[in-house]
Design a protein around this ligand. Structure first.
Ligand SMILES: [Zn+2]
Ligand SMILES: [Zn+2]
Length: 745
């Protein structure tokens, strides 16, 4: 009783000192007030406020019109007559303004900003900063339960660092509600228009590489081959670039884009962008304009300016967008983009790991960024933040994402498209990467380490400190001076080492231990570990299978519904998740059934491999041995064939003792063009026989420590010639079959 009295006095004192209580013990005197003629977005903001306050407090606040609620007990959503009365001097923001003000007047709290999104962001800011709500992904929201919450003075104004924030990760793109909570304002899903899925018009960019569908070869080539790129005395008939100096091409582009703008009025920027190849026109007229304006970007700006001029009167608030990409990345000379032109500059060649002004691979981009910034009224960046060759490999760009965004902001970028794993959910720590990018595009000066701490503690619970340790560890190992990486990284990249994988997995073992009793957090940590396991399986499946990397990758793929591992087949990686799992099936079966071989009772001393070289035309290695003519015999330091010049109709029989350094399963892998067959202790273990282009085969064999006879038959029929032999061994060795384990018989 005594304690209760003290509590009551404390509350009384607090309230009498100008403090106001929004809720206490699951109830509240407050009313959410929103004008009947507020925009759908502002009404939606009121409903979000109601929903999340209830999640936090249990109190269900009524929503009323402007005359509802008691003075001093209102949450006033949107700019309206109450704002004008309570905040003298307040100015109504334009609808498209995403900045917002969150302020209190006595006990009333006012949330207002631009009617499209600004007011909504004021509500989200209040829920995040004051009540501690978090939206870490489309599936993971946090609303920390509180008994009471009180305030004295609220006064916050924020504006976005980047006006158009396009977070191009699948989870964000597919979930407009989550995207809005993260203050991303770009919606451009196929078949959708901005604003359709979340109230409040989002800024949109219609199209990409749109010249390809404004003037198509199918529609025009037959009658007008002169519309298309001139190369080597001919007009290209396939998907190339347009002949930009041709006035009819210009007129078609103007007519078509005007129709697009009329039919799709919700977008802000409309693409008149080069196609995705380097086949620009080399006719005399185009060459003259290229010369005149200092490069390929010059003729592009000259062309797009004319399109922009033609649509300006009808669409004074809209923009025509064009690329500064690959062959147009350098800024032009003696021509500047019009006020209603947006230049979309692409960072695809950049090193993701280092700052733009602190990396030899980024110097040229930084120059282009500054040059464009000096002449382009509106710059829009297309940035790349993940590994497109293999989405789930570790990418240590945590510390550079923010400096890159700051550079874009400082060079007057009005928009950024941050391209991540937009097709799938297999990217490394993709939830955190997407969340950080949302935060950084809103506020490029935000403290990355503080954001990472916020996310890791919130999303991974007690494992949070270990995930941070992993991020720091990956940063120190992968992101070093002299190690550069663009957005196409392969598992065989030398920056990844077996030690990186094993040390990283140790951190994850501790992380899983910390959340062992909580399946939800444990699953999230496993998902975060998947990239390391995938990497381990790509590099050394012997160790991978022994340490359960295959099983973990399999669990995560199935649990998360991952269908895709890479942007495309061209990456050289494994694209479909199902195909990856098929390959694991084969590996696991072969591993389980690995035949055992006892060591031979021999002790050879001389390193090297005996060989017989054959010549003749054969279709199999057996034919080579029966019919071929031995033209040379001798010893080589390791298993090798001549790779140049290109020869046909020859073959080799290699013979040596292989020394196993430890008991256990070894993987031999052969890449050959044409046929190859490997024998261990007299048993055929890999058969890639026959005439064919490059093929890969592997085998697991369980070898006792000591010597084993290794024979390899290889033949080259015609065209390319290749033979490579790899070993992954239980002692940790992983690489080309090493000479120091091979001895002459
Ligand atoms: Zn031309
Ligand atoms: Zn670099």
């Amino acid at each position: 009783m005594k304690n209760l009295s003290i509590l009551a006095i404390t509350i009384l004192l607090a309230v009498s000192c100008g403090s106001h209580q929004l809720f206490n013990n699951g109830s509240s005197d407050y009313t959410i007030v929103v004008s009947e003629d507020a925009t759908p977005s502002e009404k939606y903001a009121a409903s979000e406020l109601k929903y999340w306050i209830k999640e936090v407090s249990g109190a269900d606040l009524p929503v009323a019109g402007l005359d509802g609620g008691k003075k001093g007990k209102r949450l006033i959503v949107g700019y309206n007559s109450l704002t004008e009365t309570l905040v003298p001097g307040a100015v109504k923001p334009v609808d498209r303004d995403d900045s917002f003000t969150l302020t209190s007047n006595g006990g009333d709290i006012l949330f207002w900003g631009g009617a499209n999104r600004g007011t909504l962001y004021a509500v989200y800011s209040f829920l995040e900063e004051e009540l501690g709500c978090r939206w870490y992904s489309s599936k993971v929201s946090v609303a920390p339960r509180q008994d009471s919450w009180e305030f004295t003075d609220l006064d916050r104004h924020e504006e976005p660092g980047i006006i158009i924030r396009d977070n191009c990760f699948l989870d964000v793109r597919e979930n407009p509600t989550f995207s809005g909570r993260m203050r991303n304002n770009f919606v451009n899903l196929p078949g959708e228009k901005p604003g359709q899925t979340l109230p409040g018009t989002a800024e949109g960019y219609w199209g990409v590489h749109a010249m390809g569908y404004l003037v198509t070869p199918e529609d025009y080539y037959q009658e007008h081959p002169e519309y298309f790129a001139f190369r080597d005395s001919t007009r290209l008939s396939g998907y190339s670039q347009l002949c930009l100096s041709n006035p009819e091409v210009l007129q078609i582009c103007i007519d078509k884009i005007r129709k697009v703008m009329r039919d799709n009025p919700d977008f802000l920027v409309y693409s008149v962008e080069q196609n995705d190849n380097r086949l620009y026109c080399e006719c005399d007229e185009c060459k003259a304009l290229v010369e005149k304006y200092g490069g390929q970007s010059g003729i592009m700006v000259w062309f797009v300016n004319q399109v922009a001029d033609a649509v300006k009167d009808e669409f004074p608030d809209k923009f025509i967008g064009t690329f500064a990409y690959q062959y147009t990345r350098h800024a032009p000379k003696d021509i500047v983009p019009r006020d209603n032109v947006v230049i979309r500059l692409c960072s695809i060649e950049c090193c993701m790991f280092h700052d733009y002004d602190d990396c030899e691979q980024n110097v040229a981009f930084m120059k282009d960024l500054k040059d464009w910034s000096a002449i382009a009224p509106h710059l829009y960046i297309w940035d790349y933040v993940t590994d497109f060759a293999q989405y789930c490999l570790p990418v240590a760009n945590w510390k550079t994402m923010s400096t890159h965004i700051k550079d874009f902001r400082d060079n007057h970028a009005i928009g950024i498209l941050e391209e991540g794993d937009y097709q799938t959910v297999s990217g490394e720590l993709r939830e955190m990467r997407a969340w950080l990018l949302s935060k950084l595009m809103w506020n490029p000066d935000a403290d990355v380490d503080a954001l990472i701490k916020d996310f890791t503690d919130g999303y991974y619970g007690a494992a949070g400190p270990y995930i941070r340790e992993y991020v720091e560890f990956a940063d120190s190992v992968l992101r070093r001076p002299g190690i550069h990486s663009d957005c196409y990284i392969d598992a065989a990249d030398p920056m990844y080492t077996d030690e990186f994988i094993s040390e990283g997995r140790k951190i994850f073992a501790a992380a899983k231990e910390a959340v062992a009793s909580d399946k939800v957090f444990h699953d999230r940590v496993e998902t975060a570990e998947m990239p390391l396991c995938f990497l381990q399986m790509q590099r050394n499946p012997v160790i991978g299978i022994q340490e359960g990397a295959d099983a973990l990758v399999r669990r995560v793929i199935e649990r998360e519904g991952i269908t895709r591992m890479a942007e495309g087949e061209w990456s050289g990686g494994v694209m479909e998740a199902s195909r990856l799992l098929d390959s694991y099936d084969k590996l696991e079966a072969s591993f389980k059934e690995a035949p055992e071989y006892p060591a031979a009772d021999v002790n050879p001393k001389i390193q090297g491999v005996s060989f017989q070289r054959y010549e003749g035309s054969f279709m199999t290695t057996s034919q080579m041995v029966w019919r071929g003519e031995i033209v040379h015999e001798g010893t080589k330091p390791w298993i090798m064939i001549e790779t140049e010049p290109e020869l046909d109709h020859f073959g080799y029989l290699f013979d040596c003792w292989f020394r196993a350094e430890a008991d256990g399963i070894h993987q031999f892998k052969i890449v050959s063009d044409d046929g190859a067959v490997l024998f261990i202790d007299g048993e055929e273990v890999i058969n890639l026989d026959g005439s064919h282009s490059e093929k890969t085969g592997f085998a697991f064999v369980n070898l006792q420590k000591g010597f084993h006879r290794l024979k390899l038959r290889y033949f080259e029929d015609c065209e390319g010639q290749k033979l490579e032999v790899f070993l992954a061994a239980p002692d940790g060795f992983n690489g080309p079959l090493p000479a120091n384990r091979l001895f002459t018989p």
